[in-house]
Every structure is written in structure tokens, then in C-alpha cells.
Design a protein around this ligand. Structure first.
Ligand code: ACM
Length: 754
């Protein structure tokens, strides 16, 4: 056990700006201990620390000089000459089981079990200060991160944010105890880091001619006609890296290869497999076929880039991308086919693996390690690579089983560019639905991973892709609340987490950020609801609840006043639009959630699905297809749509008594940008005994007009006890379409029967 003792005074004129007396700031109120991530707390007496005339600076959080000073101070750096305002004591003791921030009348003490935990101690101090208007409540606050890698990512390529915005982002990371910033710097739509050896990366690759407006899935797609771009100079990169380091945050740069490289190829077409063509920086989102060709020229270029990147970033890890690289150009290239032959590779996946290994070797020789998206497993993982598991946790499991380090960042829980609410007023986002409680429930260590491999799960990360986040206010809206939720996942195991308790603490944080003019999402009063028994008649909306304690109010069809709902459940007994909203104890009024109820013959019938929807998009299961409520016209991620990954829909509906069927309405979502395709074919079948089914109609002639294809099938008064709906998945996505080579998603919702 190593113990270093330091007893010094810190110049609190810097740490704490003067000065409001205790009485002015409202003695008698109880302290707010609602820190995130939560700490174990002891000796919280309800008293304020008698640190006289002290006021934390709530705008700049803590100042950088202080962190640097404290770091030196704690780790045996040059001793400081300090003025006396109060006592701060920093102790490093590797024998401790956890770290503690101890706030007492006589001063502040930080007991650290390892040096990196200084920063969480400081951010705790900062949180306690800002939650209590500058006063510090007496108590011992114990903390210990569960994971070593606690990351947040930001895509600055789809949209570009100035240096000051990145400082703010890093402030958020610090505040919530993160220690890694994954900086996504290069893309099809822009190259954002100055590389002095390649000036056209600045003059050409950093700018695009215009940008897609609205959603990728809108028809027709529209563009703004405005040139757009920018990049960080090397001086700015150094400033950002230093700013992060002063907060205990390591910056991991990402230079994407071999795919997502159209901007670089536009500047230097010789990096592509067909240098005779001309290329342009992408103006819309998605995946592009033009990727780096694995020529010596390309490797030389990338090595030149990495020489400058490694000089700018001290991080041990360099992210090399590796995701979403279509292989069409390599298949058609005689050079690539020769190379595959010469190197004895199996196919283009093997060639990608060869590409990544060469880059890994170059970086390893310079003392760096690579990390890449889970596609780098395909064709064989580079020997020392770490893996970011994003398409699910399967890639992470495979890598951990092979003794490679893994960061979990599955789309299901960690993509903060997905919608956080299915409310219709939610600002435009890429898709999906990842509400706070889902992030909060994330478990980075998969249940199926054997215990002896758990140590390879290095941590988790939240990703913030910015196709639909044109300015930093939108980034704040999408990222901040969910960043807080994920932070607790990174510090506490699932037995120590209760969402209701978290939500209550989060509310005070949201109020604080709002007070700081941060555009944080105030979504805790959005209602969730279930529909009891699914297809019961009349429909019962049950378990209407917000994340925090609140009463619920309702407006029925035609009402223009709000009436209180008894308890948290309501009955929808006539067609029309119902609205519900929550009002909390402090009088905050949540957004109204509307339910459009259109009963039809299918209500009350039973429904069976031959295969369940994908667990990422379960909707309300089969009964959600027959509940009289249609899914959103804009968002397939709401609770009505069912998503099938590569599978067909086969739904068999059994009526309580024989019915005469005259019309069946079906709805399918169409979203190529998210690899969601209309079915190949739909077939309706009927039966009078549940055994033999006869075909009533087949359809495959879609008239796509919007994101939702409404298919109406008229029937000639067919009497039936059973109706079967079969929708054939589009199947493997062909070359040249978004998601090429993958099986398509099929999204289905209400089956309306008349
Ligand atoms: C990714 O979202 N393409 C890593």
C-alpha cells in the first residue's frame, strides 16, 4: 500500500469566487444531495459546511488552472504556494476500496484509490456546489467507477461545431464523470482536422456544396443550396486535447477507413479504385460506395495522416473506423482482385482485414493501439485491436471471447441521435427510440458472456451522430440527459440502480442546465402508457405514467378542458382523439400525448405471430397490430410499429365469431436510410376452421407516396373465422441501395379490418 499525504491550502479565491453570506443564500433549506452518478453517502448531517463566504463559480464550473494545480498537488508535482481560504487535503491511497469526497466544516478532503479518480471527486464537488447555489452540504460522498472506459462520442463531420462548443461538451463529460472523448473527425460529408501535408483536405475535403434538408426518407429529397464546412486547425486540436486532459478526459481521434472516406477521395481521387472519375464531398447521409483502395499510395497517405494525428493526440488509442465499407468498388477493381490473390486472402472481407492490419502495424510501431467498429471482426480481427460493438452486443461478445478489449455502444441503448421520446412534437431525428429509461437499464456486460471474459468489457460509450443535429443546441438536447443516465450505468451495477430515484435526481439537474441556458431535453413528464389486454374493447389505456411523480389529466374527443384522470388508467369508449398529460408536484406541465382511436372489426380478436418482432422494435407485440391505434407517420420507433429484421410477418387473426370481411388496411414503413424496405409481397388468406386457408389477395404494386405505405385491399364480403396476413420481407438489399448486403427491415403496424 502506498500512501502519500498532502495537507495544503488551495487558493480558494480561484476555486470559489466570493462571496455571499450563508443567510443571503437561504439558510434553512435542506441540502440537495442529488448527484449523478449517485454516490454512497455517509455523515450527511443536513448541515452546510461552514466554509465561510464561499461561493462556487457556477458558470465556468471549476477553472482549468485549478485542476492542473490539484493534479500536480495530488501526485507529487512541484509544491504550490497557496493562499489560505480553506483547507483542501488530497490523499492517494491505493489500498482504499473506493474514493471519497469528504466535505466538512474544517475543509474538503479527497481520498483517492487511484489518481484518475481525482476528476470525479472534483466534478462531485462541482455538482454539489451548483445544486446548492454555491454552498456545500457536509457529508462523505463515496464513489468508484465500475468501468475503466467511460466514453462519449461526437460526430463533427456531418455537422461542424466550433471549438467553444467542444469545450462545453467536455464540460458536460467532466460533470458526469466521463473520461474518454471519441472525436469522430472524418466522414463522407467532410474532413475536419487540419493535416498540413495534404492541403486539399482543408480546401476541398472540408467543404460540401450543399446539405440535405429534412429527413433522408422524405420524397423527394431536398437540399439547401448552401456551401457548408470547416475544420479544426492543429492549434485548435491541441487546445481541445489540453482542455480535455485538464479534466481527466482522454481524446481518442477517429480517422475513418476504408469506408466513409468520400471527402478525402474527393480531394485526392488517386485514393480510390478509379482515379479517372471525379468525386464530390457527400451532400446527404448514408453509406457511399467509394472507399479507399488498398494501394501503396493510399497507405502512404494514411501513414502521413497518422504521423500528424499521433503528434497531436497523446492517447494510446487511435480509432480507425472500419464500419460500413461497401465492397463493390473492390470487387470491380483488377488491382484489388490481384491483391486478394497475391496475399492469399479469401475475399473482400479478407482484404478489409488486410487493410486494417497494415494500419494497425503502422500505429503499433509508433506505440499506439487501434480501436474500430465491430465490422473489423469480419475477415479476421487485427491482432491487438479493441472493438466498439455498435450493431448490437454480438460483435463485442465475439471480441471478448477472443480476448480483445471491448467498448459496448449498441444502437439499442447507446445511440443518442435516436429519438428519446415518441411524442409527435419531438424535433426531427434519424429514427429509432431510445428513451432515458432504456439507456438507464443498459447492462454493458452481456449475460451470455462467461465470467472469466468479463474483464474484456472495458466500458461503454454514448454516440452522438449529427446528421440531424445542425447546431450545438440540438446536441445538448439529444445528448445531455441521456449522458447523465449512461453515467450511472458506468459507475453503478444494476442492483444499485433505480430509475425512479435517478429521475428525481435528474429533474434537479435539468432545472440547473435550463438555468444555464443549456438546451437540455425536459422529457421526464412525457407519458408512457400501455394498452391493457391489447385488443380489448373498449380500449383501456393503462399505466399512464411519467418518470417522476405526477398526476394525469385527460381530454376526450371534442373536449376542450382538461379533467383529472383517476389513478393512471383511462377507457377509450368512442372513436376520436384523446389527449393525456402529466402535471407534477411543482406544477410543471408535461407535453400532451395524443391517441387517435379508430376501432374496427379486428378489435377483440386474438392474434398470433409466426415469429416475434425483433427485440429492438417489439412495438406492443401482435396485439399492437389490432388495437385501433396507428403508428406514427414519421417515426417507426414508436410503440405501435413492429420491426422484423430480415424476417417476414405472418399474423393469424382469430375472431370470436364468424365475420364478414369487406376491407383490410395494412401499413408499412419505408425508410431506405435506415434499411427499412417495403415488403416484396403481401398475401391475405382466410379460413373458416383455422386449418385450411385460402388465398384472398396478393399485392406487390406499391405506390410509395410518403414514409408510410397504406395498402388497402377490398374483399368481396368474405365470411371467415380467421384471417392470415403474410408480408414477405424485402430480403437481401442489393448493391447500390442503403444497407447493401444486409437483410432488410420490415416495419408493420395496424391491420384495420372492416
Ligand atoms: C456506426 O454507427 N456506423 C458506427
Amino acid at each position: 500500500m502506498q500512501i502519500n499525504w498532502y495537507w495544503k491550502s488551495i487558493p480558494l479565491a480561484l476555486l470559489l469566487v466570493a462571496c455571499r453570506s450563508a443567510s443571503e443564500s437561504g439558510v434553512g433549506e435542506s441540502p440537495n444531495y442529488a448527484v449523478i452518478p449517485a454516490t454512497e453517502q455517509s455523515d450527511t448531517t443536513g448541515a452546510w459546511a461552514g466554509l465561510k463566504s464561499l461561493q462556487l463559480d457556477t458558470t465556468a464550473l471549476l477553472q482549468r488552472e485549478i485542476w492542473a494545480a490539484l493534479r500536480d498537488y495530488a501526485f507529487g508535482g512541484p509544491s504550490l504556494v497557496l493562499g489560505a481560504a480553506t483547507n483542501v487535503r488530497v490523499v492517494l491511497d491505493t489500498g482504499l476500496v473506493r474514493s471519497t469526497l469528504n466535505v466538512q466544516d474544517r475543509g474538503i478532503e479527497l481520498l483517492l484509490r487511484d489518481s484518475s479518480q481525482l476528476y470525479r471527486g472534483l466534478s462531485l464537488l462541482s455538482q454539489l456546489g451548483v445544486l446548492n447555489a454555491g454552498r456545500l452540504p457536509v457529508g462523505a460522498y463515496h464513489y468508484r467507477p465500475r468501468f475503466v472506459y467511460r466514453g462519449m462520442h461526437l460526430d463533427v463531420a456531418r455537422h461542424f461545431f466550433p471549438k467553444e462548443a467542444l469545450f462545453k461538451y467536455l464540460d458536460f463529460l467532466f460533470f458526469y464523470g466521463y473520461n474518454k472523448f471519441h472525436w469522430h473527425l472524418t466522414e463522407d460529408q467532410g474532413w475536419r482536422i487540419e493535416i498540413k501535408r495534404y492541403p486539399k483536405l482543408q480546401t476541398v475535403a472540408a467543404y460540401r456544396e450543399e446539405t440535405l434538408v429534412g429527413h433522408y426518407n422524405d420524397t423527394p429529397q431536398r437540399f439547401d443550396g448552401q456551401r457548408y464546412g470547416g475544420y479544426y486547425t492543429q492549434a485548435e486540436v491541441r487546445e481541445i486535447v489540453a482542455y480535455a486532459a485538464a479534466k481527466g478526459i482522454e481524446v481518442i481521434p477517429e480517422i475513418e477507413l476504408p469506408g466513409h472516406s468520400l471527402a478525402a477521395i474527393s480531394a485526392y481521387p488517386e485514393l480510390s479504385c478509379d482515379p479517372t472519375r471525379s468525386y464530390a464531398v457527400a451532400t446527404k447521409w448514408g453509406i457511399f460506395d467509394d472507399i479507399y483502395c488498398p494501394t501503396e499510395k493510399t497507405f502512404q497517405f494514411l501513414e502521413g495522416v497518422f504521423d500528424e494525428v499521433t503528434a497531436l493526440f497523446p492517447s494510446r488509442y487511435i480509432h480507425i473506423g472500419g464500419d460500413e465499407a461497401p465492397k463493390g468498388a473492390w470487387r470491380e477493381s483488377a488491382f484489388c482482385q490481384d491483391l486478394i490473390e497475391r496475399e492469399g486472402l479469401v475475399d473482400e472481407a479478407g482484404l478489409q482485414s488486410y487493410f486494417i492490419r497494415r494500419v494497425e502495424r503502422y500505429l503499433n510501431e509508433r506505440g499506439r493501439q487501434i480501436i474500430g467498429w465491430d465490422e473489423i471482426l469480419e475477415g479476421g480481427l487485427a491482432p491487438k485491436a479493441s472493438v466498439m460493438s455498435w450493431r448490437g452486443t454480438e460483435g463485442g461478445i465475439a471480441a471478448a471471447l477472443a480476448d480483445h478489449q471491448v467498448v459496448m455502444t449498441p444502437t439499442s441503448h447507446c445511440y443518442f441521435d435516436y429519438y428519446q421520446s415518441d411524442h409527435p412534437e419531438e424535433p426531427l431525428a434519424i429514427g429509432g427510440l431510445t428513451p432515458l429509461e432504456k439507456v438507464y437499464a443498459f447492462e454493458p456486460i452481456p449475460a451470455e458472456l462467461p465470467v472469466e471474459k468479463h474483464r474484456y468489457i472495458w466500458g461503454a460509450q454514448g454516440n452522438v451522430w449529427t446528421e440531424y443535429l445542425p447546431d450545438f443546441a440540438k446536441v445538448e438536447y439529444m445528448a445531455l440527459a441521456r449522458m447523465a443516465a449512461l453515467s450511472e450505468v458506468l459507475y453503478r451495477d444494476s442492483t444499485q440502480r433505480r430509475f425512479a430515484d435517478f429521475a428525481q435526481r435528474l429533474q434537479t439537474h435539468l432545472d440547473y442546465w435550463e438555468g444555464q441556458s443549456v438546451n437540455v431535453a425536459q422529457r421526464l413528464l412525457d407519458l408512457r402508457f400501455d394498452l391493457a389486454g391489447g385488443n380489448a374493447v373498449p380500449l383501456r389505456v393503462t399505466d399512464l405514467r411519467a418518470s417522476v411523480a405526477a398526476r394525469v389529466e385527460q381530454q376526450g374527443p371534442g373536449d376542450d378542458t382538461w379533467t383529472a384522470v383517476e389513478g393512471t388508467s383511462a377507457v377509450l369508449n368512442e372513436p376520436g382523439i384523446y389527449a393525456f398529460r402529466a402535471v407534477d408536484e411543482a406544477g410543471r406541465v408535461g407535453r400532451a400525448t395524443r391517441v387517435h382511436y379508430e376501432p374496427h372489426l379486428g378489435l377483440g380478436a386474438t392474434i398470433e405471430l409466426a415469429q416475434p418482432p425483433d427485440r429492438r422494435y417489439p412495438g406492443r407485440g401482435g396485439s399492437g397490430l389490432l388495437n385501433g391505434i396507428k403508428g406514427s407517420d414519421e417515426k417507426y420507433g414508436d410503440r405501435e410499429w413492429l420491426g422484423f429484421s430480415g424476417e417476414d410477418l405472418e399474423a393469424t387473426i382469430r375472431f370470436a365469431e364468424p365475420r364478414v370481411l369487406r376491407r383490410v388496411g395494412l401499413r408499412f414503413f419505408d425508410g431506405e436510410g435506415q434499411w427499412i424496405y417495403l415488403p416484396r409481397e403481401v398475401e391475405l388468406l382466410a379460413s373458416t376452421d383455422g386449418q385450411t386457408f385460402r388465398s384472398l389477395a396478393r399485392r406487390s404494386d406499391w405506390q410509395r407516396r410518403a414514409k408510410v405505405e397504406e395498402v388497402e385491399v377490398a374483399l368481396e364480403a368474405v365470411e371467415a373465422t380467421h384471417l392470415r396476413v403474410v408480408a414477405k420481407n424485402y430480403g437481401e438489399i442489393p448493391e447500390g441501395r442503403q444497407g447493401e448486403g444486409y437483410r432488410a427491415w420490415l416495419f408493420v403496424d395496424e391491420i384495420s379490418i372492416e
